[in-house]
Design a protein around this ligand. Structure first.
Ligand code: LCS
Length: 398
């Protein structure tokens, strides 16, 4: 079904074309929504051939669907992977990754700053299956190397991390994992493949919440796992189709629609983000700012090396701590007070009481998720409007 594209297309071209059907039914330019749960077999022999794998035709939508497949091909192409598997949500991608590749008595070494629910899965759910887990500061490669155990099967991390924007050296982490015979898996949600492609830097696996930049309009959930080889792809596909956290065709179509404008949206959003980060860094009511594009980000040089731009996420400390953050969130008028990220509209939230509220205060302290920290997902609005809104809201802090 994959459209044969010219080689070496630019990262701005691929999202528009990759994964589109080679044999459109009526010459349609948009991939149709194949809203069907099952596919008729022309004959009993053909049905048997599809089940045996001798014929690649579709069988049943949990096992594969042309609309979902178009999105999988698109993401595999954008991340430069061997193959991609679409899931119902980002959390479904993460849990399917763990459930397919980790066994009882294995050890998972994970970053110490992750999306809150991911950390809860690692700390509270995986141990129920006899999987040992440790959190470590993956931005410190020597700490990462020392935390390996003989049974470490996977290193899992986010870079930049949600919400502190801490960055991990992906080439370095991949080398450490591979010397040990372990896999490196990276949650690339904060960047999208437009900004960072971990498989090109040595990672074995990438996961996404497609709910964010890839769909881009805060109107649909979705997830994706991208594997860099056939063996990993087949192993994950088996678990995914058996456990059933697969994607619906209508969901896939909405995300395919969004992904076509990813480069335009992200180019604008990251330009806004850098300018807003600079504005915030000079604001009297802001105590500190973390954005990879600011020269004072402790890993700015690494960000320049391994990212293609700096993304559109940032976090900052507000004067008067938690009370200052509360005032800011209540006073914004254009920016929306909501969790999630990566949409065309700017979103603001308070991780300590929202996305990361499920962590203990001690864990939040260790991860640097302080009470004064506010997270901003910068959207595609006009920069002056965003600056004016933040300025008036910050100035309400006494
Ligand atoms: N990975 C990262 C880095 C995320 O930020 C999220 C959701 C997920 C995975 C899970 O994806 P989902 O299942 O929601 O599609 N992040 C959210 C956030 O920061 N605020 O609300 C949701």
């Amino acid at each position: 079904m994959k459209k044969k594209l010219p080689p070496n297309l630019d990262k701005a071209t691929k999202p528009i074309h990759a994964g589109h059907l080679t044999h459109p039914v009526y010459g349609e330019v948009s991939v149709p929504i194949f809203q069907t749960s099952t596919f008729a077999f022309p004959s009993a022999d053909e049905g048997a051939a599809r089940f045996s794998g001798a014929d690649p035709g579709y069988i049943y939508t949990r096992l594969g669907n042309p609309t979902v497949h178009a999105l999988e091909e698109n993401l595999a192409e954008l991340e430069n992977g061997y193959g991609a598997l679409a899931t119902a949500t980002g959390m479904a991608a993460i849990t399917t990754l763990f459930l397919s590749l980790l066994n009882q008595h294995d050890h998972l070494l994970a970053g110490d700053c992750l999306y809150g629910p991911t950390e809860v899965v690692i700390e509270a759910e995986l141990p129920r299956f006899g999987i040992a887990t440790t959190l470590v500061d993956t931005s410190d490669l020597s700490a990462l190397a020392s935390a390996l155990r003989p049974n470490t099967r996977m290193i899992y991390l986010e870079t930049p991390a949600n919400p502190t924007m801490k960055i991990t050296d992906l080439k370095g982490a991949a080398a450490i994992a591979h010397q040990h015979g372990a896999l490196l898996a990276v949650d690339n949600t904060f960047c999208s493949p437009y900004v960072q492609r971990p498989l090109e830097l040595g990672a074995d696996l990438v996961v996404h919440s497609l709910t964010k930049y890839l769909s881009g309009h805060s109107d649909v959930l979705g997830g994706m796992i991208i594997a860099n080889n056939a063996m990993l792809f087949r192993r994950i596909k088996k678990t995914l189709t058996l456990f059933g956290a697969t994607m619906d065709p209508h969901q896939a179509w909405l995300i395919l629609r969004g992904v076509r404008t990813l480069p335009l949206r992200l180019a604008k959003a990251q330009e806004n983000a850098l300018k807003l980060a600079e504005f915030l860094a000079n604001h009297p009511k802001v105590t500190w700012v973390r954005h990879p594009g600011l020269p004072h980000h402790p890993q700015h040089a690494l960000a320049k090396k391994q990212m293609d731009g700096f993304g559109a996420m940032l976090c900052f400390g507000v004067a008067k701590g938690r009370e200052g953050a509360r005032i800011l969130l209540n006073q914004v008028r254009l920016i929306t007070l909501a969790v999630s990220l990566g949409g065309v509209e700017s979103l603001i939230e308070h991780p300590a009481s929202m996305t990361h509220a499920s962590l203990s205060p001690q864990r939040r302290e260790q991860a640097g998720i302080r009470d004064e920290l506010v997270r901003l997902s910068v959207g595609c609005e006009d920069f002056s409007d965003l600056r004016a809104d933040l300025d008036q809201a910050l100035n309400k802090i006494p």
